[in-house]
Design a protein around this ligand. Sequence first.
Ligand SMILES: C[S@@+](CC[C@H](N)C(=O)[O-])C[C@H]1O[C@@H](n2cnc3c(N)ncnc32)[C@H](O)[C@@H]1O
Length: 243
Amino acid sequence: MTPAYDRIGVNYAALRKPDPRIAARIERALGAARRVLNVGAGAGSYEPANREVVALEPSLEMIRQRPAGAAPVVQGRAEALPFADASFDAAMAVLTVHHWADETKGLAEMRRVTRGPIVILTYDPAFRGFWLADYLPELVALDEAQMPTMADYAAWLGPVDISPVPIPHDCADGFLAAYWRRPRLYLDERVRAAISSFWALGDVSEALARLASDLDSGAWARRYPGLADLDQCDCGYRLVVTK
Ligand SMILES: C[S@@+](CC[C@H](N)C(=O)[O-])C[C@H]1O[C@@H](n2cnc3c(N)ncnc32)[C@H](O)[C@@H]1O
């Protein structure tokens, strides 16, 4: 099977740069771990520079975009990690679990190979309140279908801490909600191409035409007063860390 990101990952590294504030949250959660596994590592975002990292990634297109000097990468899938039991001090998985074919298996594999904390950045499908869903209500159904619930993580991993990760207004990592205060960027095809939800939704031209018209008329600004004054916003992203 060709990994989906061989198709949708083109130009990924240019638009999905790690955001330093989110990176700091992940760093802190990794604690004192020395040897860290990054599952669904993509182009290497959020891999801590000061630790011994091994990356695992199925897509050759994503592996190709890893910068020179990035951590060594193994091509593979979360569901069958080619590592010995308890061979890592910690493991991380950033915005990837919802792409796995079998999350139960993948997280059991992460638990098997990791002695210490497992750190997951994900999205809570029960979250409501990100304005883009007012234009694209099908986003809610998509997230409900593809994103594990917060309760799933405790079922898979045992006790976990789950905390919101507010998204900075100038977030460097161009994931779905990154442009909550820069709405015009959703009109840019290149920006949308680095966001897997837009690939899943297909033709969104009607919704985007409505957004463009509301931005031009001022209706968007009237509908969401106060957003322009926020430096960061809870858009539903969550850090899940095993206790
Ligand atoms: C949105 S990207 C995130 C990449 C990286 N973690 C980051 O934060 O930029 C999702 C990644 O999950 C990978 N992926 C998809 N299915 C996977 C699986 N079964 N096991 C491991 N990784 C997978 C994709 O190839 C892609 O690189």
